[in-house]
Design a protein around this ligand. Sequence first.
Ligand SMILES: [Zn+2]
Ligand SMILES: [Zn+2]
Length: 464
Amino acid sequence: MQLTSYGAALEVTGSQHLLEVNGKKILLDCGLFQGRRQESFDKNSLFSFEPSEIDTVVLSHAHIDHSGNLPTLVKKGFTGVIYCTEATQSLCEVMLLDSAYIQESDAEYMARKHPDTALTPIEPLYIHEDAELALKSFKGKPYDKPFEVAPGVTVTFREAGHVLGAAIVVLDIDDAGDGKKKRLVFTGDLGRYRLPIIRDPYPIDQTDYLLCESTYGNRTHDPIEEGIPALARVINRTIKRGGKIIIPAFALERSQELIYSLHILIHEKKIPDNLPIYLDSPLANAITSIFKQHVELYDEEIKKEFKNHNPFIMRQLRQTADVEESKNLNHFIGPCIIISASGMCEAGRIRHHLKNNIEDPKNTVVIVGYMAENTLGRKIVEGNKQIKIFDHMYKMNAEVVIMEAFSAHADMNDLDGYIKPINSLKKVMLVHGEIDQSEPFAERIRAYTGAETIVMKPQVTIDL
Ligand SMILES: [Zn+2]
Ligand SMILES: [Zn+2]
C-alpha cells in the first residue's frame, strides 16, 4: 500500500492524502488550500491526481481546510461516497454552501475590480450547485462503529476532541489477503484535553502507521482553564467603562465555546445576567443550532454543569436574523457583547462592528483565535494604532486583549502525551504543520518511540 500527500504537507491548509491499497484509491480529506488568491485558485482547481479515479473519500472533520475542496472534486468527476461522522455531515451542509457563497462573491468582486486582467480568476472555484451536488455523496457514520470503505479496508471513527464531529480515522487494512491486518491511523486535527463541550481525544493504544498533524508540534498553549476567568475580567472592566466587547470568532466551535463560557459565567454570577450577548453571524447561528442538536457528543462535564438544560439556549443570547438587525446594533447604547465572524476579520459583519467601535476607548476588542499574516485581525494583534477597514483609516482607541487559552489544537505536550502510549509503532508520517513545528516534533518522536518518523513532502509517495 502507498500513501501520498497532495496538500497539508509542509503547510497547514489543503489537507489531502491519498491511500492506494488493494487496487483502490481512498482520499483522506479534500481540503481547500488557503493562501494568496492566484496560488490558491491554481492549487484548488487543478488536482495532481485524476478525481474520477478516486473510489472513496474519508473526511476527518468539517473545517474548510479539510472539506472545502470536495465540491471541486465532484465537479471534476468524482462519483464515489464521502464518509464522515454524522455531525460532520450536518456541519458540511451549512459550511460548504457558505464556502460556495464566498467563492462566488469573491469572483464577482475580482471581476468588478480587475475587469481587464487575464490572470485574475473571475470564474468562481465552485458555485452553490456544485456544493449541493457534493453534499449528495455524503454518508454520515456514527463514532466507534467499524464499516467497510473498500475490499479489505475497514474504517472506525474515533473522537478527535477538536471540533464537533471531528474524527481520528482508524483504518484496519488486509492488504495481502491473508487476514493479517495492518493499522493506519490518521489523526485529522487533534484536539486538546479538557476542551469545553466536546469529549477528549480517544486514546489509540496500538497502530503500525500514524499519519499525524503537527500544527503546534513545537509550541505550547496557555492552559484552557485560564480562558473563562480572563474573559470575566475583560467583560467586567469594559462594563465599568460603559463600553462594548467585540469578539471576532470562527463560526465553528470558537463561537460556541464563547457562548458556553459566557453561560457558565452567568450561572456563576461572575458577569451581570442582564448583559446582552449578540451572536451576529448567519453561519455561526446555523452551526450553533447543530450544536444544540448533537447532545450525544457533549462531554460529561457539560452534562453535569447543565443537567437537562441546553448550554446554547439562554435568555441573554440574541442571534441576529438579518442584516437589518445587525445594522441596528450600531445604535445600541450601553454595554453588550458582540460575537461575529469572520474569525480573522477578513470578511463578514465583524468588519462593520470593528469600524463602528474601535475609535471609542470605552470599548474592547477581544482576540480569541489565530490570525494569519496579512489579515485585518493580525494588524490588530500587532498593535497597530491606525487600522484600515473598507478603504478607510480608523484610530484604534479601544482596548485590545489577546487570549491564547482558546485553541482547539493539541499543543506539543498534548501531542507527545498522545503518541507516547501507542504500541508497535513502525512509522510516523507528519503532516499539517510548517517545518519549524514538524521537524523538532519528528526528532522527539524518534527519541521516545524509536519509530521511523518522516515529515511528508508534497506529492512524494511512500510505501507502507
Ligand atoms: Zn480543524
Ligand atoms: Zn486543519
